[in-house]
Ligand binder design. Structure first.
Ligand code: ATP
Ligand code: MG
Length: 431
């Protein structure tokens, strides 16, 4: 059994064409001798009219009895009808049940959020989730294309690691044949090793963070697009970030226009057109203090601060030069003012906050060793990473972009978990 037609193809067919469709029964309505079935496949939903007398008798009975989400095959004639959801209807003359639903489909209007999350394996069939997953796939594809066109080479890095990248507090510990290993928070260090041969690299793979802070924007497992580039300083990497974000937004506005419209979102490329505003941490602090936030120099911005700050902007904007104590040890201190580092976070406007974190890395051997010690870490744990600074070390910079964060902002989702097929949060590892 293979599919000859998808719903999207049938929508393009001439009136009167005879076609066969395979899909799932999304909903059903009966008006006397006429049964309407909304048939769903990966490409859309199509109204199928099963009329007694036109469809053979056994097909009409099957249409009457078939349960929601059963898999069916229908054969019929394409008719234009402005009353049908897509303006096209299939007048069925034969209906075959391929696989009957054994029970009533549990996902119904009015069920609560917890129920939907507990039954995510079934909720995935909803048009909304389907649409979000298509946009997500397209987002990744556009990002990959842009990176390739701009000379970045994809690398795949390990997930088991032995020392923290972003600080020990959010590491997941795993038993590695009796030794302690962790799940990676970022593949940055491996990419830093790779730039000495490949110069411009990226990877797209999961990162893990034991983030107990239950915000709308934190997952414990997320897909991380990370980029690292040799011979790049802070300004160079900010330019790459801007151009990549613009390419994604511009690309989605065209290639996912229908899906965005189905979600009720209008995404115009202008919302992400470079150049982006750039403010320093100190300026961001002033804004927050003026807004009455109780925060002082040296405090990191959390989700609340970023929400307040980002409501002041209409485009994505960079916040740079954070106090060095707020950032991980590998960030390059500003030579003009070593109390801050040459980092850049990109915040999405309208209350969303950080979607990209990046900056320039320390390439000097002694400085790196000093910063590791200053952070109370053991230089021995970072031996291979420090070793990279012994042989032809060059200035380099990079960043990480959270795929789900980007979708959360662009689709204005109420919670980041809606951007995942099966979200992982502190309270959820099932299904
Ligand atoms: P936050 O302050 O929001 O926790 P972070 O500073 O820890 O973010 P980075 O370490 O800079 O984030 O990671 C790079 C990017 O990865 C972030 O800008 C964000 O897009 C994404 N990211 C980080 N942590 C998470 C998470 N727990 N869930 C989803 N995405 C995340
Ligand atoms: Mg974090």
């Amino acid at each position: 059994m293979y599919k000859t037609f998808y719903i999207k193809d049938v929508l393009q067919c001439r009136e009167g064409s005879e076609v066969e469709l395979i899909g799932w029964v999304r909903s059903k309505r009966r008006h006397g001798k006429l049964i309407f079935i909304d048939l769903r496949d990966s490409t859309g939903v199509m109204q199928v009219a099963v009329k007694q007398g036109i469809a053979d008798e056994s097909s009409f009975v099957k249409a009457l009895e078939v349960g929601l989400e059963s898999a069916i095959k229908v054969r019929g004639v394409v008719k234009r009808d402005p009353r049908a959801p897509e303006g096209v209807e299939l007048h069925c003359n034969r209906l075959e049940i391929l696989s009957e639903s054994l029970d009533d489909f549990p996902i119904r209007k009015g069920v609560g959020l917890k129920f939907l999350l507990d039954n995510r394996h079934l909720h995935l069939r909803s048009p909304k989730v389907t649409t979000i997953m298509k946009i997500r796939a397209n987002l990744m594809d556009i990002a990959r294309r842009w990176l390739k066109e701009n000379g970045f080479i994809e690398v795949n890095c390990p997930t088991f690691i032995t020392a923290a990248v972003e600080g020990g507090a959010t590491l997941f510990k795993v038993d590695y044949f009796g030794r302690v290993a962790y799940l990676t928070q970022s593949v940055q260090f491996y990419q830093e090793a790779a730039i000495y041969s490949l110069e411009k690299v990226y990877s797209l793979q999961p990162s893990f963070r034991a983030e107990l802070s239950r915000t709308r924007r934190h997952l414990t497992e997320f897909w991380h697009l990370e980029v690292e580039m040799a011979y790049a300083e802070l300004n160079d990497i900010m330019k790459v970030i801007e151009e990549l974000i613009y390419a994604i937004v511009n690309g989605l506005s065209r290639e996912s226009e229908k899906e965005l419209r189905d979600l009720g979102r209008v995404v115009k490329p202008e919302i992400a057109e470079p150049p982006y505003p750039k403010i320093r941490y100190s300026e961001a602090l002033d804004i927050l203090q003026q807004k009455g936030v109780n925060i002082s120099w040296g405090d990191d911005f959390g989700a609340d601060e970023e929400r307040i700050l980002s409501k002041e902007f209409e485009k994505p904007f960079f916040v740079t030069h954070y106090p060095r104590e707020t950032k991980a040890f590998y960030h390059m201190p500003d030579p003009g003012n070593p109390s801050v580092c040459l980092n850049a976070d990109l915040l999405a406007p309208g209350g969303y906050g950080e979607i990209v974190g990046g900056g320039q890395r320390i390439h000097d051997y002694n400085l790196l060793v000093e910063r590791i010690k200053e952070n109370g870490l053991n230089v021995e744990d970072y031996k291979w990473y420090v070793d990279l600074r012994r042989y032809g070390s060059v200035p380099h910079s990079g960043f990480g972009l959270g795929i789900e964060r980007m979708l959360w902002w662009l689709l204005q989702l109420p919670h980041i978990r809606s951007a995942c097929l099966f979200p992982r949060t502190p309270t959820r590892v099932y299904p």
